[in-house]
Design a binder for this molecule. Structure first.
Ligand code: PLP
Length: 281
C-alpha cells in the first residue's frame, strides 16, 4: 500500500513520524476524509477547499497548490487501486522541540492513505439508534481539527449504550453528531443547525441541502432543541462515509413509527442518483 508523505509516495514501513510531531503531541493539525466511488474522488473540490480553509484557520500553510494536492490524492487512489473507499489526509504543523507556541521553523507534514470501504447499506435501510450527549467541545467546531477527544469520548459513550452515534447538544440545543451532521423533518420541513462555529459544515450536508431544493423539501437552517427533536417525524444523520442514515430511536424514544421515513428515503434516492452506481439502497 502506498502512502503519501509530504509530496512523495512511500511504502507504509518507510513512514517515519517524529516523536515531537505537533500533530502527535498537541493535535496541532487538520484533516479531511474524501470518499471514492468507482475510482473517482467524490466532491473532491469541496473537500480540498475545506482542507485549505481549515489549514488557514489554524495558520498552517499547505506546501502546494490545490491543483497539485488534487493530483496527489488522485494518484494515491490510482496507485492503491481503490475502487470504493476513502482517502484520509492530514497536515500537522510539523515537528519541533516541544513548546506550545508555534515553532520558529518547522515544515508541515502531510500524510495521506487510502482504504477500501463499503457503503453502510444495512444501516441506511434500517436506521440506527442514537443518544443525546452534552457537547463539551471547543468553540471552533467549524475547523476539521485533529483534536477529536471531545468527539471520541461522546462516540464511545454512545457505543457503550448500544447506540451508533451521539447527538451532541449544548444545553438544550442540538449541534451535530460526533462525526456527522444532524437533521430533523417535521411536517415536510427539514431542520438542521446553521453552519456556524458550533458545527462542521459537512460536505454531505451541503449536498443534502442542494438535494432538498431539487426534490422540493423546504429547508430551515434553524437549530432544534432536544424536546423538538424527539417530536420530529423523521430524524437522520449524514457524513462522507455514512451518507444518509436514519436515526429511528433517540435516547430510547422512537422517532415517528421507528422506521426510515419517506422523505429520508427520498433524499437517499436523490443522493444515490447523483452517484450513478446503478444499485438501489
Ligand atoms: N461533523 C463532524 C464533527 C464530523 O467529524 C463530520 C465528518 O465526518 C461531519 C460533521 C460530516 O462532514 P462531511 O459530510 O463533510 O463528512
Amino acid at each position: 500500500e502506498w502512502i503519501l508523505h509530504k509530496d512523495e509516495f512511500i511504502q507504509e514501513d518507510e513512514l517515519k513520524i517524529s516523536k515531537e510531531d505537533r500533530g502527535y503531541q498537541f493535535g496541532d493539525g487538520i484533516y479531511e476524509v474524501i470518499r471514492v466511488y468507482n475510482g473517482n474522488l467524490y466532491t473532491a473540490k469541496e473537500h480540498i477547499d475545506r482542507f485549505y480553509a481549515s489549514a488557514e484557520k489554524v495558520k498552517i500553510v499547505v506546501p502546494y497548490t490545490k491543483d497539485v494536492f488534487h493530483k496527489l490524492m488522485y494518484d494515491l487512489v490510482e496507485k492503491n487501486e481503490i475502487n470504493n473507499g476513502q482517502v484520509y489526509v492530514q497536515i500537522t504543523r510539523g515537528s519541533y522541540v516541544r513548546q506550545h507556541q508555534f515553532p520558529a521553523d518547522s515544515s508541515p507534514v502531510v500524510v495521506g492513505y487510502t482504504k477500501t470501504v463499503e457503503r453502510p447499506v444495512e444501516l441506511m435501510r434500517n436506521g440506527a439508534r442514537a443518544k443525546f450527549i452534552e457537547d463539551m467541545r471547543w468553540l471552533r467546531c467549524d475547523i476539521k481539527s485533529l483534536n477529536l477527544l471531545g468527539n471520541v469520548l461522546a462516540k464511545q459513550e454512545a457505543y457503550e449504550d448500544g447506540c451508533y452515534e451521539a447527538v451532541l447538544h449544548r444545553g438544550e440545543i442540538i449541534t451535530e453528531g460526533s462525526s456527522s451532521n444532524m437533521y430533523g423533518i417535521k411536517d415536510g420541513v427539514l431542520y438542521t443547525h446553521p453552519a456556524t462555529n458550533l458545527i462542521l459544515d459537512g460536505i454531505t450536508r451541503r449536498t443534502i441541502l442542494g438535494l432538498c431544493e431539487e426534490v422540493g423539501i423546504t429547508v430551515q437552517e434553524t437549530s432544534m432543541t432536544k424536546v423538538q427533536a424527539l417530536k420530529m417525524d423523521e430524524f437522520f444523520m449524514s457524513s462522507t462515509t455514512a451518507e444518509i442514515i436514519p436515526l429511528t430511536e433517540l435516547d430510547g424514544f422512537k422517532i415517528g413509527n421507528g422506521e426510515r421515513g419517506p422523505l429520508t428515503e427520498k433524499l437517499q434516492q436523490a443522493f444515490e442518483a447523483k452517484l450513478n452506481l446503478g444499485v438501489e439502497v
